[in-house]
Ligand binder design. Structure first.
Ligand code: HEC
Ligand code: HEC
Ligand code: HEC
Ligand code: HEC
Length: 151
């Protein structure tokens, strides 16, 4: 072996030791148990709080509103897109109230004219022109059955 390489050998040995020690301390506890993956992350993710209950859950207790929704143009929407995350409400409805907004601003999020949205897919209105004397769209449109118009 050439002498200049020989002088480098101790450095190489030290480098390998540092690498092994660092590797020992840096690899997370359960890494590799099920492959190239940290096994504990599954239990950690499972323990995170749930925010959304899902439509099926809402329907269990609110069949009247659900039947109405299913009968009309809003049938494809989830309940929580309008009422917000409802997992806590589903656990304890008396304690955890949900939002019920039918204001121009709220409905306008989906319905006010936006060139990036296709009108054939989602009907849009000019929020300044469409019955501006009303502060709430639900003065006329039933949110669960939008063509069941009130006077
Ligand atoms: C497009 C938005 C929208 C969707 C989707 C929607 N809601 Fe509503 N919901 C409203 C609004 C707005 C009100 C308030 C109506 C009012 O004050 O007249 C309301 C009111 C309610 C109420 C209170 C009714 C009362 O008489 O006090 C319940 C319960 C309800 N919704 C359940 C649901 C359920 C269950 C779903 C899904 C199956 C759903 N909603 C989907 C907008 C929506
Ligand atoms: C275990 C039965 C149950 C489930 C599940 C449930 N609710 Fe309710 N909900 C109730 C009861 C009871 C009330 C009336 C609460 C009150 O008057 O204090 C209520 C009231 C409401 C209201 C009126 C506003 C309020 O918070 O009081 C809305 C809106 C609503 N629920 C929507 C939903 C949606 C959306 C879901 C699904 C994410 C859902 N609910 C799941 C029982 C339930
Ligand atoms: C999350 C998006 C979303 C929100 C919020 C929403 N809508 Fe809709 N709305 C839709 C979709 C999707 C349709 C079905 C496609 C269509 O016909 O435009 C629809 C359909 C409608 C239609 C029928 C349009 C037609 O020409 O047949 C009316 C009216 C309407 N919504 C009114 C409302 C009102 C009032 C509110 C507020 C309470 C509201 N929407 C909130 C998504 C939304
Ligand atoms: C005074 C009652 C009234 C109010 C308030 C009202 N609407 Fe309407 N809306 C109607 C009537 C009636 C129609 C059908 C005739 C028309 O297109 O003007 C309609 C039509 C629509 C359509 C269908 C347009 C299309 O191209 O097919 C949408 C979407 C809609 N409204 C959403 C809304 C939203 C969002 C609000 C709140 C910003 C709102 N409306 C407020 C009465 C009302």
């Amino acid at each position: 072996m050439p002498p200049q390489l020989k002088t480098l050998l101790p450095f190489l040995a030290v480098f390998i030791c540092i690498f092994l020690v660092a590797r020992y301390f840096l690899i997370p506890e359960s890494f590799g148990k099920y492959g190239h993956y940290r096994a504990n992350s599954m239990t950690e993710t499972e323990a995170l709080p749930t925010h959304y209950a899902g439509k099926a859950n809402c329907v269990d207790c609110h069949d009247t509103e659900a039947a109405k929704l299913a009968s009309d143009k809003h049938a494809g929407l989830s309940c929580e897109v309008c009422h917000g995350p409802g997992a806590q409400h589903a656990d304890d409805p008396e304690k955890n109230k949900l939002i019920q907004s039918g204001t121009r601003e709220f409905c306008g999020r989906c319905h006010s004219i936006n060139p990036a949205r296709r009108t054939e897919i989602i009907h849009q209105i000019d929020i300044k022109e469409h019955n501006p004397e009303h502060t709430n769209c639900i003065d006329c449109h039933n949110p669960h059955a939008v063509w069941e118009l009130k006077d």
